[in-house]
Design a protein around this ligand. Sequence first.
Ligand code: MG
Length: 441
Amino acid sequence: MNDLRGDELVAFLYADAAGLNRGRAVPLADLEQRLATGVGWVPADQAITALGPLGEPNPWGALGDLRLVPAIETQTRVDLWPTVPPLHFYLCDARTLDGETWDACPRGLLRSALDRLRDEAGLSLWSAFEHEFVLGGHVPTPPPAFTMEAFRLAAPFGEQLAAALRQAGHELDTFLPEYGANQFEVTCAPREGIAAADEASIVRELVREVARRQGWRATFAPILDPDGSGNGVHIHFSFRDGSGAPVTYDAKRPGRLSLVAGRFAAGVLRHLPAICAVAAPTTVSYVRLVPHRWSAGWSCLGEWNRETVLRIPETISFGGVDPAVQLNLEFRAADGACSPHFTLALLVIAGLAGIGEDLEPPPLITGDPEALSESERAGLGVTRPPASLTEALEAFDADELFAAEVPAELREGYGAMKRREMEILENVPSDEACRRYASVY
Ligand code: MG
């Protein structure tokens, strides 16, 4: 192995709209020069479905060239295993040949959305992605949820993941065996702005690598078995003002949610069907997105409520921690097939519109929305998320805010890719579709 050390490769990865990190590698010796100019990339790659085939027609066809230029702060180098070369990569911006951000780059969209949130509302966004995943090939008889048995059967998975995160500069918050069969969850501390979405893409790669080294395969697919538990990606977010002070909390308001955060929430719920096209981006995402799966069966704002698309998690009132710093909103509708950058960008665009239009904060739903009558739900504005990817994509295509704020190339390329994916799975039963996605994500 040691004689390969001089040939270390560094991958330049593009966190693409399909929720996959794809790219090209360069020799470590060339890194310095490559950091400036990047590597070549093909626009139509953004229309490649997660299942393999290219979505056509797409806005690019066989034409054009791009550069993948590394974002220095995303450097990830993990050297934990003596028998394989270090895992070494950067996430990249897709740029045109004159160095401008490519219109269809999800990372570029997120950057501009966050800039607008700062310029127009004076806010910075702090977020943390909670990732659920299943370790395939781990143990044939899954141990009971959350038990020490589950931790120890997986060891040294958790410890190696902690080490990988540390080497890559991320702060592990929690690692746990989850409710589903061989399901686990990892969360890092909140990060400001684009760093949170970068971290989400990086954490997926670290989890996959640590699993690989044990001879297992980690899958983030939305759901593995239609009757089993889903793999959610819950995005916790909060706001700070220009001085860095937390502004999500207001003790006097319902749910202790500040007016500005409530308006942001209202914007997200108003555009939820369209957001789902990106946040819950597979055909089987909608098997997960139903009531009583603790995913996000109802589109509304819940206080301490795991059935709702947006939840205000409880805060702790001991140990000297300030509720104003703790209070956050949790978006529960996303899953592990989503592009973290594209999803977070749509949340920001929708939330900022809610602030800009002074939308009324949504009512707080504390009980099971299913227990309400239909007219009560209608009165409270509680609806179901889209029932299928088809419905979500129709909502995305019809959404006037996103038509104005998301570049046409990105929208059209995304639609071409997703329509191809739906064609491929048209007559495929949902258990088989789950299996196909599980082999990819
Ligand atoms: Mg969980």
